[in-house]
Design a protein around this ligand. Structure first.
Ligand SMILES: [Zn+2]
Length: 289
């Protein structure tokens, strides 16, 4: 029998899946992907994730507001987070965090959608006041991240963290909450030293299909250095489909391909990897098990 894995980070509510959700969920099940966590990126997306969790027994939801959409977020997201988090299938808050990859002062070309961003940023031309716009954008992200952390601490939930080009600020903002809130630094792409700082805070990392990419050796090195009980697997679908699907739309079933490479990197059996990663996820996400 095939080993069981979870997709701990999928965006099932995205239009990419709308035409064939039951088939996508069924293919995951057939591939041994026993649970799928659908991650919200704003309130509408979070509500859709909750709906999917109601519809499909093996789908769970994480609710929050993605940092790259910070400019459109309400001033105070906390009441909405508290309300959504009451749902028994909401297993964490997020995705939240900091993303300095494309700041408003960047050139218009940088608006092109990248695999890490759920939708193109709507940024205005900087018109020579880039620096203050950047400062404003960063502050808005930090406020939003803070609100997720506060509600997570209040409700005893953990956070799914998106971090890009903002490791120092993300860690220092998480630090004061570290005894109450743990984060999973999703789509982890930093080095082993960064991974160690994160696990020292009691937090986790998770790895995507980048593990399977030819140019993913640095990520494989980080995974090799990560303790077996400190990481999870995810697709971040529809993005980052693993080899041999690279460049196509990803889906939760592809955790299978990711797990095969992860087991090679960790020099362990699929069964051991399954046991470790599922136990870590069951322990991290409230009500997942
Ligand atoms: Zn995501």
């Amino acid at each position: 029998m095939a080993s069981i894995f979870y997709d701990t980070h999928a965006h099932l509510d995205y239009p990419d899946f709308a035409d064939e959700l039951p088939q996508v969920v069924a293919r995951a099940h057939a591939a041994g992907i026993a649970k799928i966590i659908s991650i919200g990126t704003d309130l509408e997306s979070s509500r859709r994730a909750v709906k999917l969790a109601e519809e499909f027994p093996n789908v769970f939801a994480v609710v929050g507001w993605h940092p790259t959409h910070a400019s459109e977020a309400p001033v105070d997201l906390r009441p909405a987070l508290r309300e959504l988090a009451k749902h028994p299938k909401v297993v964490a808050l997020g995705e939240t965090g900091l993303d300095y990859h494309r700041l408003p002062s960047a050139s218009p070309e940088s608006k092109v959608q990248s695999p890490k961003s759920p939708s193109p940023l709507t940024v205005l031309p900087s018109e020579g006041k880039g620096e203050s716009e950047d400062t404003h954008y960063k502050r808005k992200q930090a406020e939003l991240f803070q609100q997720h952390l506060e509600v997570a601490a209040e409700l005893g939930l953990n956070c799914v963290i998106h971090q890009r080009d903002a490791l120092e600020d993300t860690i220092s903002q998480l630090q004061p909450f570290a005894n109450r809130v743990r984060g999973v630094f999703h789509c982890f792409a930093n080095d082993p030293a960064a991974m160690r700082r994160i696990i020292d805070l009691g937090s986790l990392v998770s790895f995507t299909g980048i593990l399977t990419f030819k140019n993913g050796q640095n990520i494989r090195d980080t995974l090799a250095a990560t303790p077996n009980d400190r990481f999870m697997l995810e697709t971040d679908c529809p993005y980052l489909a693993p080899v041999p699907y690279r460049g196509k739309r990803g889906e939760p079933a592809y955790v299978k391909e990711i797990s095969e490479v992860a087991a090679q990197v960790k020099k362990c059996s699929l069964e051991e990897l399954s046991r470790a990663t599922c136990a870590t996820a069951n322990e991290f996400f409230r009500g997942l098990s």
